[in-house]
Design a protein around this ligand. Structure first.
Ligand SMILES: Cc1ncc(COP(=O)(O)O)c(C=O)c1O
Length: 438
């Protein structure tokens, strides 16, 4: 086993092998691959903060429902492309109970993760109007979605929300929307990578502008109800998950089972399309896909072509988890609250060692403790900081890739650092401090 810290030459050797000239520009999967090699070669286990994999056990209620479904033999049957009835119905109730928004079950479509829900939504939005050929990301964002745009060969623009919070968001959005070429606005809330949570005022601005300029808002709720500053865990009772669906009918919600339900491995999410948008007809959709209704085309052209539906048994799992949550028998928020506890400890650890939280507030409130947080260190770029952390056996990703203008920052994910690992992480952070102080 090698001793820490690793030399810069040692790390650069691996970076070269992976073709990474600048660690600040490396993708999540590239960092994962490189760190796997360093771990194996050095024998030193890393503190892995680079990838957002759920670090908690999947809920029993989901596993049992899936096992039962498999035992009933669903594995041999193709599921309907638009999803099994129990999941569609429970999804609709879940949205009512936890967002207080009405969406009919027909408009709730299971997808192979929110990755597929996003991809299919981007494809649809890019084909509703030839003049509107560009999407707009409120960044920082989840880098793979930009990759999806490359694969789709569709255009996007983006801006970093850092300097445009609150009322300032309206003017900033209008600078893009008034050009007439934007078909959709995309953001995650809570946000990956910064854990910024857009306020109701900001969501109202987005909704009003979506109405004014007739654009579709794709609201990615991958971290549903995980702003732990407020308890959104009680079905049918406020506070609810904030959502643009309060302010416009032009929306698509992406609700993933991966993080809020620790069910990432089964690749299941629900894309919920507003009832009005679901039934809206667009002439250009007919030209491209031979059908003009948005919802119909989403299901029977897009999802049918991509995967012909979603794993049959996993749909029963999510249906059971939604049902238990809807009936107040399963507190899904409580089951992931530990991420917030981890983040609080880790943020203190890093700030005590001289780091700064980059995205530190939601306008006038300190940023919540959740799945991710962002850090920088005085005098270092994101790439340099990442290298310095790798020297002491800690990995993360640079914000550069996420559409952030804060190139000095890194994203740290708490999911793989259990509460039992905090003391050992502290030792590594102390070592970093000793090497880099002054
Ligand atoms: C913002 C965001 N959207 C979508 C996803 C992907 O979700 P899924 O696992 O459901 O495909 C993630 C996963 O990290 C995410 O952070």
């Amino acid at each position: 086993m090698k001793n820490l810290p690793f030399s810069k030459d040692y790390i650069n050797g691996f970076a070269k092998k992976f073709g990474l000239d600048d660690l600040g520009k490396a993708t999540i999967r590239e960092i994962v691959g490189m760190v796997n090699f360093i771990q194996e070669d050095s024998g030193v286990p890393f503190f892995r903060m680079e990838m957002g994999v759920p670090g908690l056990n999947p809920p029993e209620v989901g596993i049992n429902a899936e096992i039962d479904a498999l035992k009933r033999g669903v594995a041999s049957d193709y599921p309907m492309v638009d999803g099994i009835k129990p999941l569609k119905e429970e999804a609709s109730k879940f949205i009512k109970n936890f967002i207080n928004t009405d969406i009919r079950s027909e408009s709730c479509i299971p997808t192979v993760g929110s990755m597929q829900g996003g991809y299919a939504s981007f494809l649809m939005c890019g084909n509703i109007d030839p003049k509107k050929d560009t999407a707009l990301f409120i960044d920082p964002g989840f880098p793979v979605q930009k990759q999806q745009f490359k694969v789709l060969n569709q255009k996007y623009e983006s801006f970093d929300v850092y300097n445009f919070r609150g009322k300032k968001l309206r003017d900033k959005l209008e600078t893009y929307l008034k050009n007439g070429n934007i078909n959709s606005i995309i953001y995650s809330n809570p946000n990956n990578p910064t854990w910024v949570c857009l306020t109701d005022e900001e969501l109202q601005i987005i909704g009003e502008l979506a109405n004014k300029y007739d654009v579709i808002v794709i609201e990615d709720l991958a971290y549903f109800a995980m702003d732990f500053r407020v308890d959104m865990s009680k079905p049918g009772e406020p506070p609810y998950q904030p959502s643009v669906s309060k302010y416009t009918d032009n929306y698509i919600l992406l609700i993933s089972s991966s993080k809020a339900f620790s069910y990432a491995g089964q690749r299941l999410a629900v894309t919920a399309i507003s009832d009005k948008l679901f039934h809206r007809k667009y002439g250009p959709l007919r030209e491209r896909f031979g059908a003009d209704e948005f919802g119909y085309t989403f299901v029977l052209r897009s999802i049918y072509s991509l995967s012909s539906g979603v794993s049959h048994s996993a749909q029963y799992a999510l249906a059971a988890m939604f049902k238990a949550a809807n009936e107040g028998k399963f507190n899904f928020v409580k089951s992931v609250r530990e991420y917030g506890e981890r983040a609080a400890i880790m943020k203190n650890m890093f700030t005590d060692a001289g780091f700064t939280i980059v995205y530190d507030t939601d306008i006038d409130k300190p940023i919540a403790d959740g799945f991710y947080f962002t850090i920088s260190y005085p005098g270092m770029s994101g790439g340099e900081l990442l290298e310095a952390l790798i020297q002491v056996g800690i990995s993360a990703i640079a914000l550069d890739n996420t559409g952030s203008t804060r190139s000095e920052g890194l994203r740290a994910c708490v999911s793989q650092i259990g509460l039992d690992k905090m003391d050992a992480l502290q030792e590594r952070v102390e070592l970093f401090k000793k090497i880099n102080r002054g």
